[in-house]
Ligand binder design. Structure first.
Ligand SMILES: *Cc1c(COP(=O)(O)O)cnc(C)c1O
Length: 369
């Protein structure tokens, strides 16, 4: 059997391993029976779980591919036209659709700016599309010279702002330069998964100005709906029309469409804004708490719902936290992020628990290096 699989599996998949999502990494820790409740601060999820109602009347029918009321409501929220919007299974599906629709397998390439979100490269690799890199500068700004050198060499440029995992937003002036430089040669995708934590940085209003601009959004972070898998792609009508050629016929399950519509209603948006405020206050408290440890150096910025830091004993600290069922995310394999760990801002109680554990680690276990 294995030999048949080896014989038939696509060549470009052979060296790949399934994505180690935050959830997969510690999946086993979720369902055992001991007293300690696991704390998940590793996937930039919201600590809030909001309530929704479900109408089961239409569950016998196939759902709309692009549910009209959902499109209309999110378009109004994002201030774009309905025709400039695509809804998909998370922003992750948006990334894959862009690569499948605009990069020819075995021939075309994308450009990424590490350290950044992992799915751009993974989606490209699974589609047999090449990945070029123009690493961020030491201060995590874009290296414009390096990026510009890829003109006519790549079809899609991915820019994440606010960037996961550095928490830095890219200056509008830098994004404009990239858009202009690649105006006739590549799509520039601005991933705004965390934009609700830094609203003023959004590029959504500029879709009419830049025909090669694409924006990714999600309900997984500020809207506290990672569990329903719902994301949006914003771009001009021609780009959206092309993406509709590759999307599945029924990508949006009816319950997802219903819950998403409630989340982006005016009531839903005000609940989101309130929760973003609370997370902001908690983020400041957590930052202050971390700064008190001389062994810990904060890295990057705080424009999203997570904090990145560097510490020499990153592995020992990580192991200690895991043994206490406190899960944060190791980012140390990322470009220029040696010894870096990322913490999602959780509830007041979870953050306090994390700080107490870090304190315990340095009091009792941490040995000077
Ligand atoms: C979480 C995240 C996504 C994925 O969002 P989903 O809608 O859950 O697929 C995309 N981009 C970045 C930068 C993210 O951090």
């Amino acid at each position: 059997m294995t030999t048949l699989v080896d014989k038939l599996a696509c060549e470009n998949l052979k060296a790949l391993v399934p994505y180690e999502s935050a959830r997969r990494l510690f999946a086993a820790s979720d369902n055992n029976q001991d007293a300690q409740i696991p704390v998940w601060l590793n996937a930039n999820e919201s600590p809030f779980a909001n309530d929704y109602v479900l109408d089961c009347e239409r569950l016998n029918r196939y759902p709309d591919c692009q549910p009209r009321s959902l499109i209309r409501t999110y378009a109004a929220y994002a201030r774009v036209y309905d025709t400039q919007l695509l809804v998909s299974r998370g922003a992750d599906e948006g990334i894959e659709l862009l690569i499948r629709a605009f990069c020819t397998s075995g021939k075309d390439r994308i450009l990424i700016c590490p350290p950044t979100y992992g799915m751009y490269a993974i989606s490209a690799q699974t589609c047999n599309v090449g990945v070029d890199i123009a690493p961020l500068n030491a201060d995590f700004t874009l290296d414009l010279e390096a990026i510009k050198a890829f003109k006519d060499k790549v079809n899609v440029v991915f820019i994440c702002s606010p960037n996961n995992p550095t928490g830095t937003s890219v200056a509008a002036e830098q994004i404009k330069q990239v858009l202009t430089h690649f105006a006739d040669s590549a799509l520039v995708v601005v991933d705004e998964a965390y934009i609700e934590f830094d609203l003023k940085s959004s590029f959504a209003r500029r879709i009419a100005d830049y025909p090669n601009l694409v924006i990714l959004r999600t309900l997984s972070k500020a809207f506290a709906l990672a569990g329903i898998r719902c994301g949006f792609t914003l771009a001009n009508e021609a780009i959206i029309h092309t993406l509709l050629k590759v999307i599945a016929p029924y990508p949006m399950p009816e319950p997802v469409a219903q819950i998403a519509a409630q989340a982006i209603s005016s009531k839903g948006v005000s609940i989101m804004a309130e929760q973003v405020n609370i997370i902001g206050l908690e983020k400041n408290k957590l930052k202050q708490g971390l700064k008190a440890f001389s062994e810990i150096e904060l890295v990057g910025d705080d424009k999203a719902n997570f904090i990145l830091f560097r510490c020499a004993q990153k592995q020992a600290l990580m192991d200690f936290l895991v043994s206490n069922k406190m899960f944060i995310r190791d980012q140390s394999k990322q470009y220029s992020l040696a010894n870096c760990l990322r913490i999602t801002v959780g509830s007041a109680q979870q953050n306090a628990q994390l700080l107490a554990l870090i304190n315990q680690f340095y009091q009792t276990l941490g040995t000077p290096t």
